[in-house]
Design a protein around this ligand. Structure first.
Ligand code: SF4
Length: 182
């Protein structure tokens, strides 16, 4: 598609949440970026504010997840990062562009059965705020065991933060596409 036509095109979630070549990944990013720069001040301000709240919540959650990863690292038989169904979705891109931060250079994989391109020997090379959200919200059994050992006050706050992220992701998605199903 010609770059000039991209601004008016609505990107479907299914177009992003799949293996993508670097070229198509860049096209998807240009479409989202064009939407943001072409939006009214009210919409772009609202999108930036959603992204800021999502980031703050991810930053709060990160040390807990970091501890869960360290605690379960040697016991995990089936690391989630080796699943081939993990992708950035459209809302991840809306969040990252609204945050005005660096965008990961590629989708998690270019071909279906490839390993995640961000998985290194010591784990994920992306800071949590730049990872696909599925990499945060999915609690495996071992991480869930760690969560259950938290103080109830921490557990409540953890759940509240995840719910707030979901709420603002949904808001972002609806800003982009008011008819989006979430
Ligand atoms: S992006 Fe990072 S956390 Fe997510 S699957 Fe890939 S390596 Fe794992």
């Amino acid at each position: 598609m010609h770059p000039r036509n991209e601004a008016n095109r609505l990107l479907a979630d299914e177009e992003v949440r799949r293996p993508l070549s670097p070229l198509v990944w860049q096209q998807c990013n240009r479409i989202i970026s064009s939407w943001l720069t072409g939006s009214s001040n009210k919409i772009s301000r609202s999108a930036r504010s959603c992204a800021k709240i999502i980031k703050e919540n991810l930053q709060w959650l990160d040390p807990l997840f970091q501890r869960y990863v360290e605690t379960s690292f040697n016991r995990c038989q089936d690391p989630c990062c080796q699943a081939t169904s993990i992708f950035f979705d459209r809302t991840d891109l809306l969040y990252l562009h609204s945050l005005a931060t660096s965008i990961p250079h590629t989708q998690t994989r270019t071909k279906s059965d490839d390993p995640c391109l961000y998985l290194a020997e010591q784990g994920c090379v992306l800071p949590r705020i730049h990872r696909p959200y599925i990499c945060t919200w999915f609690l495996c059994d071992l991480h869930y065991e760690c969560f259950e050992e938290e103080h109830p006050k921490t557990q409540r706050e953890f759940v509240r933060r995840l719910a707030e992220i979901s709420h603002y992701r949904q808001k972002l998605s609806l800003l982009y596409d008011p008819e989006a199903k979430y």
